[in-house]
Design a protein around this ligand. Structure first.
Ligand code: SF4
Length: 238
């Protein structure tokens, strides 16, 4: 008689992956996202471990040579080690590990300075290009778990391959999570932003073609990634 484990596995193999994942409470998309996130974590751990091993080997070799030559008083080494360790811990807590959060503790649901831009009448010209801009989420967004973030660059808003935020409806150019959208989406005023000059002339509905090109060729996104790679924990989104 076939044991029940083998028969269940055989049945599972025959099932459509969509159905299989649905039955187990995962969509294909969420499995892919989880895998991407895990790959990111593993590659960071791998890089960090390699660098740590290299530095440790170098340091131990140096200490051994100096001790052998009688050039290093052990007590002094120990006390200096403690001082430097506390200095490094403080620096680490300030600069983080490449994670990016908004430099703001405002509650987005209490935010009462929303930009009053008439998006609907500008969409034909701007094509909601503001929803291609990179920005970091707040701790509130991440804990709430509604706004998706980029698993490879935590916690920048997630963009699709076309450069748009994953929450943008591509047909209507409306936000699909409007009530829960992050603070920068609420406060961003495209008419007056010096940092993100979308318009050459807002009243004439003329967009800034050069700037839009920079967004479309990912130049602006790469600037943000560099900040993350340099270990900045808090970013000013505006
Ligand atoms: S969350 Fe909504 S408003 Fe904000 S970038 Fe995404 S689609 Fe645009």
């Amino acid at each position: 008689m076939e044991n029940s484990f083998n028969s269940n596995s055989a049945q599972l193999k025959k099932m459509d992956p969509e159905v299989l994942n649905k039955d187990y409470g995962f969509s294909i998309d969420s499995r892919k996202e989880t895998a991407t996130g895990l790959r990111y974590c593993h590659s960071r751990i791998n890089d960090n471990t390699t660098k740590t091993l290299e530095s440790t080997a170098f340091l131990y070799a140096l200490i051994e040579i100096l001790l052998e030559k009688g050039m290093l008083p052990v007590e002094e080494l120990d006390s200096r080690k403690k001082k430097i360790a506390s200095r490094l811990v403080e620096k680490f807590s300030q600069s983080g590990t490449g994670l990016m959060y908004q430099d703001s503790d405002l509650d987005k649901y209490e935010f009462d300075e929303e930009a009053e831009v008439d998006c609907q009448s500008n969409l034909a010209a701007c094509k909601a290009v503001c929803c291609k801009l990179p920005f970091a989420l707040s701790e509130q967004d991440v804990e709430e778990g509604i706004v998706k973030w980029n698993f490879k660059r935590p916690y920048l808003i997630a963009h699709d391959e076309d450069g748009y935020c994953v929450h943008l409806d591509r047909e209507t150019f409306h936000c699909t999570i409007r009530d829960n959208r992050p603070l920068p989406c609420r406060g961003f005023d495209c008419r007056s932003s010096e940092r993100w000059p979308i318009w050459e002339n807002y009243s004439e509905k003329r967009v800034n073609v050069q700037f839009i090109e920079r967004i479309n060729n990912q130049e602006i996104g790469r600037m943000f990634f560099e900040v993350a790679d340099n270990g900045s924990a808090k970013v000013d989104n505006e």
